[in-house]
Design a binder for this molecule. Structure first.
Ligand SMILES: [Zn+2]
Length: 77
């Protein structure tokens, strides 16, 4: 490996910023507002055409529910 002054400077920059970058990431995840924004997005409710509601995380579970399945059946009749 050729250790040019440029490569040396680049590595120095990375080493210097590595720690602060890691801290910044950790801080971001630990800020309550950010946690809430993630939670809020996860709990966002969607209206289904069957008349039901579901959240992003329970979308699949909803499509398997009786309410939704009955609606699907009523469409094919
Ligand atoms: Zn539905």
């Amino acid at each position: 490996m050729i250790d040019t002054p440029r490569a040396k400077a680049c590595r120095k920059y990375y080493e210097k910023n590595k720690v602060s970058l890691l801290i910044r990431n950790k801080e971001y995840r630990e800020i309550p507002e950010n946690k809430q924004a993630i939670k809020k997005q996860r709990n966002q409710k969607f209206k289904c055409e069957c008349g039901g509601k579901f959240t992003q995380t329970h979308r699949l579970r909803h499509t398997k529910s009786n309410k939704h399945q009955n609606w699907v059946k009523s469409l094919s009749n």
